[in-house]
Structure formats: structure tokens, C-alpha cells
Design a protein around this ligand. Structure first.
Ligand SMILES: Cc1cc2nc3c(=O)[nH]c(=O)nc-3n(C[C@H](O)[C@H](O)[C@H](O)COP(=O)(O)OP(=O)(O)OC[C@H]3O[C@@H](n4cnc5c(N)ncnc54)[C@H](O)[C@@H]3O)c2cc1C
Length: 72
């Protein structure tokens, strides 16, 4: 169980990527947090966000500075 205020005060910040780091999991879901449905939702959201970031034509300095990323 999450503490009071988790959804209204903390969730949006926890969902915000930090550079190339995207968090996913049941605790980061908008709906069905703590359930498998929330884990799937969060995983799909994170995968889409990473895919979008990797396909962005104008990669930011963080992407450009990452040597292990394949050339697009
Ligand atoms: C007893 C029990 C019964 C449940 N019953 C239901 C149910 O009936 N219906 C339902 O919808 N939900 C149920 N849940 C909740 C559901 O299992 C979870 O919400 C869901 O599994 C969360 O998925 P997740 O991917 O966020 O995290 P997890 O399933 O916990 O996956 C996290 C993974 O990360 C791995 N990991 C952790 N640290 C590291 C590390 N440092 N490096 C690499 N890997 C790491 C872990 O080994 C784990 O495999 C139940 C949970 C429990 C405990």
C-alpha cells in the first residue's frame, strides 16, 4: 500500500524520466497500481517512451553522448 498523498504528490515525479533512465513497474502505474494490470500498463508506457526517444530525429545531448546506442 502507498502512503497518503502518493498518487497526488509523488507519482508524477516518479514517472518522470531522468535522462535516459525510465522507471516502470506496478508502483509507477496510473491505474491498478499494485496489480499486474498496472505493471503491464507501466511497462508499455515506458517502452513507448524509450522507443520515441530513440527515434527522435534531433537527439538531445544525453542520447548523442551515449556511445552504445546504435546509429539510426
Ligand atoms: C502473493 C502475491 C499475490 C498477488 N496476487 C495478485 C493477483 O491476484 N492479481 C494481480 O493483479 N496482482 C497480484 N499481485 C501483484 C503483482 O504480482 C504485482 O503487482 C506485479 O508482479 C508487479 O510487477 P512489477 O513488474 O512491477 O514488479 P515485480 O513483479 O516485483 O518484478 C520486479 C523484478 O525485478 C527484479 N529485480 C529486483 N531488483 C533487481 C535488480 N537490482 N536487478 C535486476 N532485477 C531486479 C525482481 O527479481 C523481479 O523479477 C500479487 C503479489 C503478491 C506478492
Amino acid at each position: 500500500m502507498h502512503y497518503t498523498g502518493y498518487l497526488t504528490e509523488s507519482l508524477a515525479e516518479l514517472q518522470r524520466p531522468e535522462g535516459l533512465l525510465h522507471l516502470a513497474g506496478s508502483d509507477f502505474a496510473n491505474g491498478w497500481g499494485g496489480f499486474i494490470d498496472g505493471a503491464i500498463e507501466s511497462g508499455l508506457d515506458a517502452a513507448r517512451a524509450v522507443s520515441t526517444a530513440l527515434q527522435a530525429p534531433a537527439a538531445g545531448p544525453e542520447l548523442a553522448a551515449t556511445p552504445s546506442l546504435p546509429a539510426s
